[in-house]
Design a protein. Structure first.
Length: 178
């Protein structure tokens, strides 16, 4: 039983993982020191739907280091570290970089992969799909449809009705309770 659990954990980390351990340590170090805050991000809006194109120098000023690392540098957080992974609260998940609504909580499910997982975005334009051939894998990256922040990846092993699993970094999510 223990061996099966260990194998499942390693497979899920490989399937969702986007960076090596050195990059994950960099993220872990920044998460310890600076809490996420949208107070200095004047571009953050849950209602404005206009595309948001900013240079990385601006993003670096308005995002916390951990959000910047995931959203702009395509990093990943360590598995099983996001409070959103096991959250059962009802509401809407937004992009932490720009405020764009991404997922409703009723599309969230426990995939066991270590990251918050959803089976359907809130709207067709909420997500952008990009081929990702990094790390010797063929995957589909998902980005915010408003600001192109890296969110995670989508896989075809999710539940019905879509059969999709959006494996999303909790660091780039902002939750609005209903």
């Amino acid at each position: 039983m223990y061996k099966l659990l260990l194998i499942a954990l390693l497979v899920s980390q490989t399937a969702c993982s986007q960076t090596g351990s050195a990059s994950q340590q960099k993220l872990a170090d920044t998460q310890k020191s600076i809490p996420m805050s949208t107070s200095k991000n004047t571009y953050y809006s849950k209602t404005n739907k206009e595309k948001l194109v900013l240079p990385d120098s601006v993003w670096k000023q308005v995002l916390s280091p951990e959000v910047y690392y995931i959203a702009r540098e395509k990093g990943t957080e360590r598995p099983f570290t996001s409070p959103f992974e096991t959250s059962k609260e009802i509401g809407t998940y937004h992009c932490a970089a720009c405020g764009n609504p991404l997922f409703k909580s009723d599309t969230k499910f426990d995939s066991g992969c270590g990251w918050p997982s959803f089976f359907d975005p809130i709207s067709k334009g909420a997500i952008i799909y990009t081929p990702d051939h990094s790390h010797g894998m063929d995957r589909t990256e998902v980005q915010c449809g408003k600001c192109k922040a890296h969110l995670g990846h989508v896989f075809e092993d999710g539940p019905k009705p879509t059969g999709l699993r959006y494996c999303i970094n909790g660091v780039v999510l902002d939750f609005e309770k209903k």
